[in-house]
Design a protein around this ligand. Structure first.
Ligand SMILES: CSCCC(=O)C(=O)COP(=O)(O)O
Ligand SMILES: [Mg+2]
Length: 261
């Protein structure tokens, strides 16, 4: 096992979810199929609700922005009433969501709807959020050492709170000082890390960001944030250059805080 010393100026640890706190397989094989299998029924059941209409409105706007992309599915406005017309619009939403998911897009519109759909899956006990076994004990130790701990995931803040609120380790939301999603900006843009630092009330170099995705690490580093790339079972492989360039950890226990004993 390696040891990665955390620079003394780091005051906050910012965590990615998929591939970092949580197996990619849980997201790909449990969470995403739940959306694909249940979306049509969900839309039929919740269509009249304000939240559902807001989600559809966001998806429609995103589809317009995506209009130059290959395979995009536009979402028409309902013209008139009647079951057939409703089914036509719902089918367009279903096809749009399936198209976005086939490309693993991280649009806020898609992530908002997914977060709302997972609510029932977690609340009924159908799904429990998976976290790697080193995650909870390591975060507890970091917090005891005075470190702040935040989440930054493409999954919506609501989806993040469900995953950790209904996790295999119980409700572990108390471990986090705050949550960020794509509303602050995409994870592959350095400006997002500057905004996060501003929101936390620290400098970008007071933050250590842990992620499985080198493009995200690169964006954070451009903003002068410390980074380490996390290697977990099931994560995408790294190139030799990435392996030699980035600090790597395969467990949170490998982080060594200056004040740890
Ligand atoms: C918050 S659970 C859902 C995860 C998700 O939808 C996703 O896109 C994961 O992205 P991440 O930024 O955590 O790698
Ligand atoms: Mg990730």
């Amino acid at each position: 096992m390696g040891v990665l010393p955390v620079p003394a100026e780091v005051r906050a640890i910012l965590l990615d979810i998929e591939g970092t706190t949580t197996p990619i397989a849980f997201v790909q094989d449990t969470l995403f199929p739940y959306i694909k299998d249940n979306i049509k029924e969900y839309l039929r059941a919740h269509w009249e609700e304000e939240e559902c209409q807001r989600d559809v409105g966001l998806l429609r706007k995103q589809a317009l922005e995506d209009s130059s992309l290959d395979g995009v599915v536009p979402i028409p406005l309902e013209s008139g009433s009647g079951e057939e017309e409703l089914e036509r619009v719902i089918q367009a939403v279903v096809d749009n969501v399936r198209w976005q998911m086939s490309l693993d897009r991280k649009t806020t519109a898609l992530k908002q709807l997914q977060g709302h759909m997972w609510r029932a899956a977690y609340a009924t006990g159908h799904v429990k959020g998976e976290v790697f076994e080193d995650v909870v004990p390591a975060i507890r130790k970091w917090r005891e050492a005075g470190m702040k701990v935040y989440i930054y995931s493409s999954g919506s803040v609501e989806a993040q709170k469900l995953l950790f609120g209904y996790s295999t380790e119980g409700d572990i939301l108390e471990l986090f000082d705050g949550h960020f999603d794509t509303k602050i900006g995409p994870k592959v843009e350095s400006e997002s890390y500057r905004r996060i630092a501003e929101s936390i009330g620290c400098a970008t170099n007071n933050i250590l960001f842990l992620t499985d995705v080198p493009r995200e690490a690169n964006a954070a580093e451009e903003a002068d944030t410390h980074v380490a790339v996390v290697i977990r079972p099931g994560n995408a492989g790294l190139t030799d250059d990435e392996k030699s360039y980035y600090s790597l950890i395969s467990s949170f226990t490998e982080l060594f805080l200056p004040s740890s004993t």
